[in-house]
Structure formats: C-alpha cells, structure tokens
Design a protein around this ligand. Sequence first.
Ligand code: GLN
Length: 279
Amino acid sequence: MTVSVSPDIVGALNWARGLIGAVDARVLLRHVLRCPAARLVSRPETVLNQTEWSHFQSLVERRVAGEPVAYLTGEREFYGRSFVVTPAVLIPRPDTELLVELALAHFQDRRAVRVLDLGTGSGALAVTLACELNEPDITAVDRSREALLVAMANAARLQASVSFVLSDWFSSLAGDRFDLIVANPPYVASADPHLDEGDVRFEPQTALASGPEGLDDLALIASQAPHHLEPGGWLFMEHGYNQAARVRSLLTDAGFSAIASHRDLADIERVTGGQWLGR
Ligand code: GLN
C-alpha cells in the first residue's frame, strides 16, 4: 500500500480517497499537516515531506483497519467545541447533544444549579454544561481513572470549572444531592452484534455494553438517583433506540413524575427524563 516518493496534496488525497473516502482523507491530511481545510484546496501543489507522508500513510492504513477517525486525530467536536478523545473514552456522538439541550431548557435561567454528570467519559456533557450554564456547580464522575484524566484535560482546555470524582456511579457520592443529573451510560445489549462491527470495536466496551438487554446501568441509575436529587430536581438519561418505554417504566417504578422521552436528530426517542418531587 505504501508509495515511497512523497506526493503533493492532490496526489496524497487521490491515493487515500480510494481507500477511505474523500471526507476521512481530508480530515486525516489536515491533521498531519496541521492546517485549515482551506489550505488543502488553495495550495494543492504543496509537496508533503517524508515525515508527513509516512505519518499520513500510517493513519490511512489504520483507518482502513477500522480505527475511528477521532482516535486517529485525537479529537472530536461536540456542541461546537473540540474535545480530546483517546481509546479510554467513548467518542462523543451528535445524538448526545440532545441531553445538553434538555438540561439547558430546564435550567438556563437558574444560577448556582448543582449538576452531576454520571460516567462522564471524555467530559463532553459536564464540560459543555459548565461552559453553557450561569455560575455552574458541576460534578462529573467516572469509574475509569483513564477516562477522568481525559475529561480533566478537556475541562482545562475549555476553561470549564468541573469537580471530578473517581466513582462507580453514585458509590463515592454518599449524602450528595443535585438539581440535575445527566447520564449517557452504557446501554447496548452485551450480545448485540453491533459491538463487533465498525468503529465501536475500538471503543471501551465498558462504556457501551450493559447486561443482556442493555438496561442494567439505566436501571441502577434510575433506582439510586432519588437519593441524590433535591426535591424538584431532574434526571435525564440517554438510551438505545428501542428502550424508551422500558426506561419510562424504570423511572415510574423509582417514583419520578413528569416522565417524558425526547427525540434525537434522527427522530428516535433517545433521552428519557423525569422530575423527583421528593417523598
Ligand atoms: N449510541 C452508542 C452506539 O450506538 C452507544 C452509546 C452508549 O452506550 N452510551 O454505539
């Protein structure tokens, strides 16, 4: 697959396009050349040096083998901001921006809202909410130390004030209560063939799979959240395309009110939430 003489930008893109498609080819070449997209178009005759060409070839080969573009470039955009990602964290999905929208719709005009992001991974939710809310007081937990390091790097990079805690869901949060809890937990059924296909093969299985029906973590969070919500506080959880009704019943069983599911950009019920009125 390797070509020994370095090509120019057009030559490199033509070579890669046939292997990984034009979009990924451009993203990877921009990453290698550390240049804005416009330069690929405005200076097509620029010849790559040997280091750039070898680097580009190795990234294209890794992409051919299935590695996600975000792990190859080390970043992914979420809600208009660039996040560092490594294989220790799930790559933020556009679907999850719905959770941000719902959280903001409920709390935008309130100051000093206490927010908890459960299983923060890259920190996409916690850091975005910290950037978008007024005077936020945000705690983000993950049980993976490696994930927390990525999330902390993102908070620093985006100048977001977030408290990070190593915690398996609520395990390190005894006695703490919040006005809003958000979670994008693992929710794929552990035998789902989707886990062995495409880009997700390279993502942490612990961030994806959750028991035979994918509901184990959603159920645990729904049942424990009432111990960690202020009266009037809200819980919003992302879930799979066919889990909305089950998640609504989990919230009903746990004693939540105002339970509703919300549709993502693909018109799929993707987030279900409810309000805890206390008991
Ligand atoms: N939406 C992701 C997928 O389909 C799953 C994310 C998750 O489990 N939280 O790969």
